[in-house]
Design a protein around this ligand. Structure first.
Ligand SMILES: Cc1cc2nc3c(=O)[nH]c(=O)nc-3n(C[C@H](O)[C@H](O)[C@H](O)COP(=O)(O)O)c2cc1C
Length: 159
């Protein structure tokens, strides 16, 4: 299996998980960079509004071609119950190239099934595995066990 971890992170939480996953899997990773300003109170408000409106955004050029990987692991913070604009845009631009997908998210709360359902619909593929982490457990560094479990579940069953 040749995976690629692709993530967007506004404040570093999802990035921490994405980097830990790439390290555990010893694979390439891609951080999505949004050209739209997302920092500060105005950026926060704009992000929530854009997410709820299911708006796309402009991304900086990416480095890796997802068509060259067996599995693309997509990670986003939850915004307004849904995907960050950067991840929505990346999926829209690249879904035809995904051979297999897995999803992860970070969040302040606990509700995440609607997000994963939406990611599945956008990718037009059922994910091999999903992982949801709360911001507080990531910040406390208490997520290695869940990462290990998620990674174990990415292996295709032996035929
Ligand atoms: C605009 C905005 C909307 C958010 N909406 C939700 C939400 O609906 N549910 C939730 O659990 N967390 C929500 N959060 C919290 C983030 O998902 C959480 O802080 C996440 O871990 C941030 O990841 P990041 O540091 O990678 O950007 C929201 C955060 C922002 C900025």
């Amino acid at each position: 299996m040749k995976p690629l971890v692709v993530f967007y992170s506004r404040t570093g939480v999802t990035k921490q998980v994405g980097e830990a996953l790439a390290q555990t899997l010893d694979c390439d990773s891609e951080e999505l960079l949004d050209k739209k300003k997302r920092s500060g109170p105005l950026g926060f408000a704009r992000s929530g509004r854009d997410a709820r409106g299911k708006k796309l955004t402009a991304l900086e050029e990416t480095k890796h071609d997802p068509a060259l990987y067996d599995l693309v692991i997509l990670g986003t913070p939850i915004w307004g119950g849904t995907l960050s604009s950067a991840m929505r845009t990346y999926i829209a631009n690249n879904k035809a190239k995904f051979k297999g997908v897995a999803f992860f998210c970070t969040q302040g709360g606990t509700k995440n099934q609607p997000l994963f359902n939406e990611m599945e619909a956008l990718c037009e593929q059922h994910p091999v595995n999903i992982l949801a982490l709360q911001q507080k457990e990531v910040k406390a560094g208490a997520y290695q066990e869940k990462i290990r479990h998620f990674v174990d579940g990415l292996q295709a069953p032996e035929v």
